[in-house]
Structure formats: structure tokens, C-alpha cells
Design a protein around this ligand. Structure first.
Ligand SMILES: [Zn+2]
Ligand SMILES: [Zn+2]
Ligand SMILES: [Zn+2]
Length: 246
């Protein structure tokens, strides 16, 4: 049976008893007692990992950009597993490695020791494992999960939803004088104009948009710069952490 999983990690706050920080002086019947109080430093600690396993089913819950069927899970989980954080990370790593071996991105496992290289980075980043799955592959996965007949109503639903998503934005063009507060559908509905790609959803140009609520334009370079800045910052923090440990 093909299984999806859903993970929850319990967190607990722990007081760090080793941290002596403040000294409180109490006065009582002319006697002074000095009481050392430990400041309660709160840390987030991960306790254990609970994984709920679900059989796969046809989705009806998402709208992929392409394809006529989606992947989903049955409403009730089939079983539950409990792991320590370290064990779960080992389990996940082993799973990722088997996927990479299947795709010939890692050499086949020859010895047991080769699976004990826990610190060795994998040739791909974590997000490699959450890439969109092609339609044909989705179909195969559903068949492997025991789905006999694909419900075609999902195909019609997806088409309707995708179409409805194309009908948005205002209709103010250069010919109509751009976005004017009296006619711009975006402004009349209380929203700013939005341009995700050329002429979509709003066809207005920067200079011609007079929507008093503004005009938001998706900026690929800004997103890319933000991505690189974040990665660089996280790597610098990681290096600092490693230096701190030495
Ligand atoms: Zn407009
Ligand atoms: Zn608009
Ligand atoms: Zn506009």
C-alpha cells in the first residue's frame, strides 16, 4: 500500500536550571535574608516526532498548474509511529537516500557502513524532495496505491477553477486611459492593482495606473535577491554557530 505521512513534532519548554542570574533581597522582621533566585530561561526543545501514515487516494483538494488528477490521502490514518528527533532524522535520511539511488543520483548501497555517514551532505537540497510530480507519475502512484478507476469529475473541477483564476484583475487599458478611480474594477472593489506577469492579472502600466490604492508588481529580481540574501545569512549564522562550538 502506498503511504503518505504527516508529521507532528511535540515541543516542550524547559527551564534551564544552571543559569544563576539574579539575587533577591527580602527583609523580614529586621532579619535580612538573601535568596538567590534562578532566572527561568526558556528554551524550545523538541521532544519526539509522531508520524501519522495515510493511504494515498485521489486528491480533490489541490489545483496543480497542469494535469487532470491530484494526489491526496484517505481521511483516516492507518497507523502511527513515534520516533525520537534523532531517529526520525535517520529514517528520513535513509528514505531520501533510497529515492536518490532509485533516480541514479547516488551509487547503489554496497555496504551497511555506507548508510552510517550521517554528516555527509546529500547531493541535493531538502527541497528537491518536494518538487511537483508530473501528471503521468501521479497516475502511476494512484494505480500503485490500488485506485482502480480515476474519478473524472476532478478533471472538470480543475478546469473550472483554473478558468476562474484567469478571470481577475481590472480591464483598464491604454485605450481606456489606464486605471481611473471612477472606472477601475480593482479600485472599485477596494484593492490595489496587481501585476504578476505582463498584463496579468491587471493590464495597466505603471505610468497609467491611477488606482489610489496602488499597484503591486511582481519583481523576479527582488525575489531572487531576497532568496540569495536569506541563504547567505543562514550560512553565515551556521558558520558562526560552528565556530562557537569549537
Ligand atoms: Zn484598473
Ligand atoms: Zn487593476
Ligand atoms: Zn492599475
Amino acid at each position: 500500500m502506498d503511504i503518505e505521512n504527516n508529521m507532528s513534532t511535540k515541543r516542550k519548554h524547559e527551564d534551564d536550571d544552571d543559569d544563576l542570574v539574579t539575587t533577591v533581597i527580602e527583609t523580614k522582621n529586621e532579619q535580612t535574608s538573601i535568596k538567590k533566585q534562578r532566572k527561568q530561561k526558556k528554551n524550545v526543545r523538541f521532544d519526539d516526532v509522531t508520524v501519522y501514515y495515510f493511504a494515498r487516494s485521489q486528491g480533490f483538494v489541490s489545483v496543480p498548474s497542469q494535469g487532470t488528477i491530484t494526489l491526496g490521502m484517505v481521511p483516516e490514518h492507518s497507523h502511527v509511529e513515534q520516533y525520537s528527533v534523532a531517529d526520525f532524522s535517520r529514517v528520513r535520511r535513509a528514505l531520501h537516500k533510497s529515492i536518490l539511488r532509485e533516480r541514479k543520483l547516488l551509487p547503489p548501497s554496497s555496504t551497511i557502513e555506507s548508510d552510517n555517514d550521517e554528516d555527509e551532505p546529500l547531493p541535493v537540497d531538502d527541497y528537491y524532495f518536494v518538487q511537483p510530480i508530473a501528471t503521468r507519475q501521479r497516475r502511476t502512484l494512484l494505480k500503485q496505491a490500488g485506485l482502480v478507476k480515476i474519478d473524472t469529475t476532478e478533471k472538470h473541477e480543475l478546469t473550472l477553477i483554473r478558468r476562474s483564476r484567469e478571470v481577475c484583475g481590472c480591464s483598464c487599458t491604454r485605450e481606456t486611459g489606464g486605471c481611473q478611480p471612477s472606472t477601475c474594477e480593482c479600485y472599485l472593489n477596494g484593492i490595489a492593482c496587481q501585476v504578476d506577469r505582463l498584463t496579468f492579472p491587471c493590464p495597466c502600466a505603471t505610468m497609467l495606473c491611477k488606482n489610489p490604492l496602488g499597484r503591486l508588481e511582481f519583481n523576479q529580481n527582488r525575489v531572487r535577491n531576497h532568496f540569495f540574501e536569506t541563504i547567505t545569512r543562514l550560512e553565515a549564522e551556521k558558520t558562526q554557530e560552528q565556530i562557537g562550538k569549537i
